[in-house]
Design a protein around this ligand. Sequence first.
Ligand SMILES: NC(=O)c1ccc[n+]([C@@H]2O[C@H](COP(=O)([O-])OP(=O)(O)OC[C@H]3O[C@@H](n4cnc5c(N)ncnc54)[C@H](O)[C@@H]3O)[C@@H](O)[C@H]2O)c1
Length: 253
Amino acid sequence: MEIQDKKVIVVGGASGMGRATAELLHQRGAQVAILDREGSDGPAVAASLDGWFFPVEVTDFELTEQALQAAVDALGGLHVTVTTAGGGYPGGRTLSKDGPHSLDLFRKTMDLNVIATFNICRLSAAHMARNEPEDEERGVLINTSSIAAFEGQIGQVAYSAAKAAIAGMMLTMARDLGAVGIRALAIAPSLFDTGIIAKVPPERIAPLVAGNAFPVRMGRPSEYAKLAAAIVENPMLNGQCLRLDAGMRFSPK
Ligand SMILES: NC(=O)c1ccc[n+]([C@@H]2O[C@H](COP(=O)([O-])OP(=O)(O)OC[C@H]3O[C@@H](n4cnc5c(N)ncnc54)[C@H](O)[C@@H]3O)[C@@H](O)[C@H]2O)c1
């Protein structure tokens, strides 16, 4: 799908990889709406892109539906949805000296990542299905997993499970949506220089990226954005989770 003149929603677009993606797609001629938390930099980012901002808390599934609808109304349609909203809660081992892992935290991690992502995808697909196809294509869904989906570290069991579920649903979702010409993918980043990680001092980052094959550094938000743009443009990319990791494999700790 050509990026020029497409209507794009970036959930989590106020910061980090989502922001960089919103900026790159805007530079390439897309119209962009940002959905992010109330109090985020979303309004300023949206204004800098001549776009729109709608506040959302993605674990409020009904509010998300309303915010998506408002964004689609403002844009006048929807071709691409990117979601980077998500993350982890304080981790824990399946069993620690304090007892078994909190079921509540496990469920919250699922809500924030799996249910929220699925909700955004299913609702976006319903909007995209109304598009006139361009070269048989109606839309693209880009979600955010993590390499922790494949090599979760000790204490990350909930986060790993949630990110693995995002990776795991892409092929089925792509198959579900193939008949309407909508593609579904996820990106699994390694350590990227965003959000709270950007505040960690370099001496604490060095050992975390030492296992990279090359380059031996954190990923840059612009590098996620470039992959997102390539996904939009290349219709043969579908139904998978693409690692974006400089050859990194997380060790157990
Ligand atoms: N940065 C990394 O090293 C890394 C690595 C692997 C995966 N990820 C994943 O990337 C995503 C985070 O993106 P980032 O690294 O650019 O971080 P970031 O903090 O810079 O951006 C995340 C954006 O999502 C928004 N957001 C978070 N939770 C939300 C919620 N519940 N409702 C609405 N908006 C919400 C935040 O306000 C923020 O603007 C997460 O899904 C995270 O699991 C990050």
